[in-house]
Design a protein around this ligand. Sequence first.
Ligand SMILES: Cc1cc2nc3c(=O)[nH]c(=O)nc-3n(C[C@H](O)[C@H](O)[C@H](O)COP(=O)(O)OP(=O)(O)OC[C@H]3O[C@@H](n4cnc5c(N)ncnc54)[C@H](O)[C@@H]3O)c2cc1C
Length: 427
Amino acid sequence: MSRTPCVLTDCVPSKTLIATSDMMAALQGAAGLGLRSDSGAASAFATVDAPRLYSRVKALARAQSGDVAARLAAEGVEILPGTGRLAGPRTVAVGDTLLTADAVLVSTGARPRLLPGAEPDGERILTFRQLYDLGELPAELIVVGSGTTGAEFASAYQALGSQVTLVSSRDRVLPQEDADAATVVEDVFRRRGMTVLGRSRAVTAKRSGDGVVVVLEDGRTVRGSHCLLTVGMVPNTGGLGLAEAGITLDSKGFIPVDRVSRTQAPGVYAAGDCTGVMMLASVAAMQGRIAMWHVLGEAVQPLNLSHVAATIFTEPEIATVGVSQQAVTSGEADALVVKLPLATNARAKMHGFRDGFVKLFARRSSGMVLGGVVVAPEASELILAVSVAVEQHLTVDQLAHTFAVYPSLSGSITEAGRRLMRPAESS
Ligand SMILES: Cc1cc2nc3c(=O)[nH]c(=O)nc-3n(C[C@H](O)[C@H](O)[C@H](O)COP(=O)(O)OP(=O)(O)OC[C@H]3O[C@@H](n4cnc5c(N)ncnc54)[C@H](O)[C@@H]3O)c2cc1C
């Protein structure tokens, strides 16, 4: 099992790669903004130097990991390299060393799920942790799985210049997300030349000569130079002595926890991906903080998942917080909805952004902001305004009376608030 922190292999490297692919995507729109390259080809504005890109990604991740280690050392935390397991009440064994404590926090994370019949070889058939050791950009990349990780890498590699085929077992990409947002992103994917295969389940991926061949459930085959597997994560919960400690894993192997991160065993807490609560770095960190506040006997607010802001770093990005469209449509949340296309925003026009929208949900009776969806470049930054409104129980009137800069994308958020002040005009 890989023992490298996710700062080194998952979240940080993928977002660093995406910083470069975002730049490439922006350059592809350069002609529309009045720039001309000598050859006239969009690709002439920049060419990807894959070895340099990957070494930047790895160096940045190592530096970030070093910063975290230095911060821990400065706080007086002792780091003991090794594999730990529970070995009795409030006791952890690392090799021959036994550590006792008032409380133990298990945060062993998760690893990429593998498909039997598509074993990664680190050269042509890859997990996302193996991408950064390639010496080249995949010429034809087949991405298997269209959840968050698959969509992010498909978007990034298409912008970097790979010919991407995205194999999605569902009707549309990002099946768990806001359907309007997923539709925008899928349309952008297709317009940029990506092949999106919906309702297509991959059963095997094998090397074939200099490339790979992926076989789908219905017998069709897809050929490419490389195949990237993004079919979910499985928790690292084996061999930890959890059963002996009195902890029964759930049906998917995750550690059940309550909202203050307690497991079934006294003095043993768990946080992060190994709990399967919501596989996000921000949620993992909050679960860990809550656990420690609880151990210290401080007044602690239990984890509130309904206020988690999350982003899918495709181009454009999808950022969400609070209630979902599905909850509104099903009647679970009694809310008014407004959706403003980005194409009507002056700043978006200036930048040539056409794809995206701001959607806001507000309680029908009181006008309290319940949530929102932003699909836009840097939606991950824009969503904070909606997050603050949700967390602080602000109303659409309060949002509407907040000054936004003109021209700005965030102006669409205050404008959405204004539209919801007049229910007759809302959809
Ligand atoms: C490609 C990708 C991109 C992502 N992007 C984002 C993002 O943009 N934003 C976001 O919020 N989240 C993102 N995530 C999710 C995020 O990375 C995880 O939710 C987060 O890392 C979970 O933290 P964790 O501490 O639970 O687990 P991890 O970060 O996986 O850390 C667990 C650590 O425990 C170690 N370990 C395991 N077993 C033992 C043992 N027995 N003894 C000692 N050590 C052990 C592991 O080696 C690892 O170092 C992304 C995930 C992936 C896969």
